[in-house]
Design a protein around this ligand. Structure first.
Ligand SMILES: [Zn+2]
Length: 345
């Protein structure tokens, strides 16, 4: 990693991501697990030697579970492949081969993607020395390196105040990936002009994402951009982020089915859509669909500036050719297709 990582004191005013220090009042996620073990686990040998039953193994001096020790039918991500962090109380021995519980899953339930809006050296400096951080930093070099800045089992400060579906403060439950990209400039008319991602950087990022999504069994609905979870504050990773390519070529994240979209397009003529556009009942319905899909929005029956930022964030993600923030007929058809394909459980 570059020596420049350790340069301290660069300005953060351009940096895209808000910090979130640990709050003193932590909300506990209501993911109560009510599993019942099918086969009671009997005590193993007193020596604590790794057994084939629990699948414990040692790699580079670190113990790992290598097989599923939970019940994968109970929730989305009980596969255990992670390293084991354990207490070492003075004078006592923590034994972990006897009673591996079936009622467990990973805390890492989301991946949140960002661009840094800075060059690589400044990105690394800010993310390692200041009040923001991410688990990974994806450079734009033609090499095989990806930088890890925070252990996956620890919380990084990348998403700030954030929400998706029933979850809030997603730093608590996510892996944050920052991608070196300049972000956007604004032209004379006020339109945001974004900078494309290079193909070699996309490949690098896709490989990293694939690895994380597979290890933690993260569902497609939980692979998100910063603008999805903080739409009124953030634009990253922007409309040029290759969401469709990730879905088509790497089976990562969400995308709508074209046939479903076309089906919804035929349910209204452009003329009836024009008439409905300003109808408060229709606006309330559209806002409710955005909320059902996952965005934090309060349905009121009228569009305001914050609502339009939510629509713009949705367009960055699913209709990047035109991110006006106006709910047009095509955006509405795509939204309906997505709500149908990815319903909230
Ligand atoms: Zn961000």
């Amino acid at each position: 990693m570059s020596k420049m990582l350790y340069i301290i004191g660069l300005s953060t005013f351009l940096f895209s991501c808000a910090s979130q220090k640990p709050s003193t009042i932590r909300k506990t996620s209501a993911r109560t697990t009510t599993t019942t073990a099918k086969t009671p686990v009997k005590p193993g040998p007193v020596t604590g030697v790794p057994t084939s039953r629990t699948g414990l193994t040692v790699l580079h001096g670190v113990e790992f579970y290598t097989q599923n020790i939970g019940d994968i039918t109970k929730n989305d991500n009980t596969m255990s492949h992670g390293s084991i962090v354990m207490a070492k109380p003075a004078g006592y021995h923590v034994v972990k081969t006897y009673f591996p519980a079936v009622a467990q899953n990973f805390r890492q339930r989301y991946v949140i993607l960002h661009y840094t809006a800075l060059d690589e050296d400044k990105s690394a400096s800010v993310l390692t020395q200041q009040a923001v951080s991410s688990h990974y930093l994806v450079n734009n070099k033609r090499n095989d390196e990806i930088y890890q800045l925070v252990d996956e089992n620890k919380r990084a400060y990348h998403s700030g105040i954030s929400a998706w579906r029933k979850d809030k403060n997603l730093n608590d439950t996510s892996i944050g990936i920052e991608i070196v990209n300049p972000g956007f400039t604004t032209d004379a008319s006020g339109k945001k002009i974004f900078v494309p991602y290079d193909e070699h950087q996309i490949k690098k990022m896709a490989a990293l994402l694939k690895d994380i999504v597979n290890r933690y069994q993260i569902p497609p609905t939980n692979v998100l951009g910063h603008s999805d979870v903080a739409p009124t504050r953030k634009q990253d990773p922007g409309p040029l982020f290759p969401w469709k390519k990730l879905y088509d070529q790497y089976q990562i994240g969400m995308w709508y089915d074209e046939a479903a979209k076309q089906g919804f397009m035929t349910q209204m003529t452009p003329e009836t859509f024009m008439m409905e556009q300003s109808n408060s009942t229709f606006i309330f319905k559209v806002q409710t669909f955005l909320q059902q899909f996952g965005y934090e929005i309060n349905p009121t029956g009228a569009w305001d500036t914050e609502n339009m930022k939510v629509v713009e964030a949705f367009q960055y993600r699913f209709r990047p050719e035109n991110y006006s923030g106006v709910m047009d007929m095509e955006t509405w058809a795509i939204l309906q297709a997505l709500v149908q394909k990815y319903p909230q459980k």
